[in-house]
Design a protein around this ligand. Structure first.
Ligand SMILES: *Cc1c(COP(=O)(O)O)cnc(C)c1O
Length: 343
C-alpha cells in the first residue's frame, strides 16, 4: 500500500487527521457493534457527562514497522486491562478486552498509509478513549458512552531525542492518597497545565510530583514514571498507589532483570536520596525512556553523574533493549508482540 507524503524523519508528537478511526456507542446497557468512520468530529449534547463532570478515560499505545516490514504492537493487552480499571473507577462501562484489541488492529489496518516506515524512529500512536456522552446535570454517571480510537504518526515526544532533560520538583500535587492517581484519566492532567505554565518553563522540562500526603517521596511526572539507577547498577522505581502503572516502566524493569541481568527494586524513594543516584529516566509510551540529567529542587540542583550530554550507560542499555523489542530486532518475551496482518 502506498504511503502518504509525510516527512517521516521530522514528525513531532502532534495531532494529524488520519483517514479512519474506530467508534462504538454504549446505550441501553450495551455496546453497539462498532465501526470505522472517516468522521473525525464528535457531536454530542452540550450537557454531556464528559463536558460537565469530566467522566472520561484514555489509553496510549504505539504500532511499529519492523525492518522486515511487519506491523506490530507492544503489549496492547495491558492497555486494554488498564482501561478496564480506569473505566470501573469512574463508573463507566468496560469496553471488552477482545474488542479493544480488535479495534486497535482495525485502526492500524485502515491507516497503513500513515504508518512510519522502519528507520526513522517514528511510530504510529494510537489513542483509545471513552467518555460519557448523554446529558448529565445532577451528579451521577452517564447512561451513554462513546469509545473511540484514532491513530497518528508521531516522532519523539521530546525534541532533541535522547538528550537528557531537566525535571523540576513541583509544588503542586498530582494525585491525592486514595484518589485517582492510579488510573489513566484526563482529570489528572488538567491540573498539570497550570504547573506547566509556571515560570514560562521550556517545553522539554518535566515536573517531578511528590506524594501528596508527606511531600517527601518521588511519585512520577505528569505522564511518565521515573526509574533510577544506583551506584551498584540496581534499578529502582517508586512504589506508590497513586502513580499510574506505566507499561513501559513495568516492561523496562522486567527486561533489566531478565535480559540485562540487573537487580531491580520497587520501593519508596525519598527526595533526600536523589543525590545518590547515578542515572534517572522517565518511562512512558510517548517518551519511551527519556534520560534525566538534572533535577531541580527549588534552589538546589541535583546533577546526575550521567550528565546533560547523553544517556547514562544503563539507561541506554535499557532503552536499546526496549526499543529493539518494540521494533522487532530483538526477540521479545512470550506474548509481548502482536502482529497485525494487513491485506
Ligand atoms: C500514560 C501514563 C504513563 C505512562 O504509561 P505507559 O503505559 O508506559 O505509556 C505514566 N504516567 C501517567 C500519569 C500516564 O498517564
Amino acid at each position: 500500500m502506498g504511503k502518504k507524503d509525510i516527512d517521516w524523519g521530522n514528525l513531532r508528537f502532534s495531532y494529524m487527521k488520519t483517514d479512519q478511526r474506530y467508534v462504538s456507542n454504549y446505550k441501553d446497557g450495551e455496546w453497539d457493534q462498532g465501526r470505522m468512520t472517516e468522521d473525525a468530529n464528535v457531536v454530542m449534547s452540550e450537557c454531556a457527562g464528559v463536558l460537565q463532570y469530566s467522566q472520561s478515560c484514555f489509553e496510549g499505545l504505539k504500532a511499529y514497522t519492523t525492518e522486515d516490514g511487519r506491523i506490530i504492537t507492544f503489549r496492547p493487552d495491558l492497555n486494554a486491562e488498564r482501561m478496564e480499571n480506569s473505566a470501573i473507577s469512574l463508573q463507566m462501562p468496560v469496553f471488552p478486552k477482545k474488542r479493544f484489541l480488535d479495534a486497535v488492529d482495525q485502526v492500524i489496518a485502515a491507516n497503513v498509509a500513515y504508518l512510519p516506515p522502519y528507520g526513522f524512529g517514528a511510530t504510529f500512536y494510537l489513542r483509545p478513549y471513552m467518555f460519557g456522552s448523554n446529558p448529565v446535570i445532577g451528579v451521577k454517571p452517564a447512561d451513554e458512552y462513546q469509545f473511540r480510537i484514532f491513530g497518528i504518526p508521531v516522532g519523539p515526544y521530546f525534541q532533541g531525542g535522547a538528550k537528557p532533560i531537566t525535571v523540576k520538583i513541583c509544588d503542586y500535587d498530582r494525585a491525592a492518597p486514595h484518589g485517582t492517581g492510579h488510573i489513566k484519566v484526563g482529570l489528572n492532567y488538567a491540573m498539570s497545565l497550570y504547573t506547566m505554565s509556571l515560570g514560562h518553563e521550556k517545553v522539554y522540562e518535566e515536573k517531578m510530583y511528590l506524594d501528596a500526603a508527606t511531600r517527601t517521596k518521588v511519585e512520577e511526572s505528569g505522564g511518565a514514571n521515573f526509574l533510577f539507577v544506583t551506584k551498584d547498577n540496581l534499578i529502582v522505581t517508586p512504589k506508590s498507589n497513586t502513580i499510574l502503572p506505566s507499561i513501559t516502566r513495568r516492561s523496562a524493569m522486567y527486561l533489566a532483570k531478565s535480559y540485562l541481568g540487573l537487580e531491580t527494586e520497587e520501593r519508596e524513594i525519598y527526595v533526600e536520596e536523589l543525590e545518590e543516584f547515578e542515572e534517572c529516566g522517565l518511562c512512558g509510551t510517548a517518551t519511551v525512556i527519556a534520560p534525566v540529567g538534572k533535577i531541580v529542587d527549588h534552589g538546589r540542583e541535583i546533577c546526575l553523574p550521567s550528565g546533560m550530554e547523553k544517556m547514562g550507560p544503563i539507561t541506554k542499555k535499557l532503552y536499546d533493549t526496549l526499543t529493539g523489542i518494540q521494533f522487532g530486532t530483538l526477540e521479545a518475551p512470550q506474548g509481548w508482540i502482536h502482529e497485525i496482518k494487513v491485506k
